[in-house]
Design a protein around this ligand. Sequence first.
Ligand code: S3P
Length: 177
Amino acid sequence: MAKEQNKKMNIILIGFMGSGKSTVGRLLAHKKNMNFIDIDDEIEKSEGLSITEIFKRFGEKYFRDIESIHLEKISKIDNSIVATGGGIVLKEENIKILKKNGTIIFLDAEPEIIYKRIKNETQRPLLQIKDPQEKIKTLLNERISLYNKTAEIKIKTANLSPEEITDKINFSLKFHF
Ligand code: S3P
């Protein structure tokens, strides 16, 4: 009980690439009049490079290290909406930090819907390959249990608009606290 009382008021969005974390996060922050932080944006700002360029020049391991460093910064904030990158759950220590720093919401999307959303985009280096559709299925398969075990609230996004997802989140939050 004491732990719940001390819980930070950040709302942290996790989920696969293209599940809408950044768009929904911005909208939710606007509606709730809260600060919004996108960890990928923070990484790009501090490195002065796009995520694609970071992967190209330094590789995924470097990106993951930087991602963990930026995640640590959420320990210093409260009352914010935080959008994370889709791979944030790949490290156990990241999951621990997430859990300590707010309420975690998993935006769950089907592989077909993710593919439709990302197929014309170029800023996701892991999907800039011949068969992104297959890669989405494989990665999602590897990660789904991590998203599920990390999140306290799961939102099925299906074909919902960002506004509808935001409303669903707000509704779930009412019953969560
Ligand atoms: C990644 C997701 C991306 C970004 C990077 C790696 C992943 O963020 O962090 O390209 O491993 O799923 P989005 O989920 O915001 O696309």
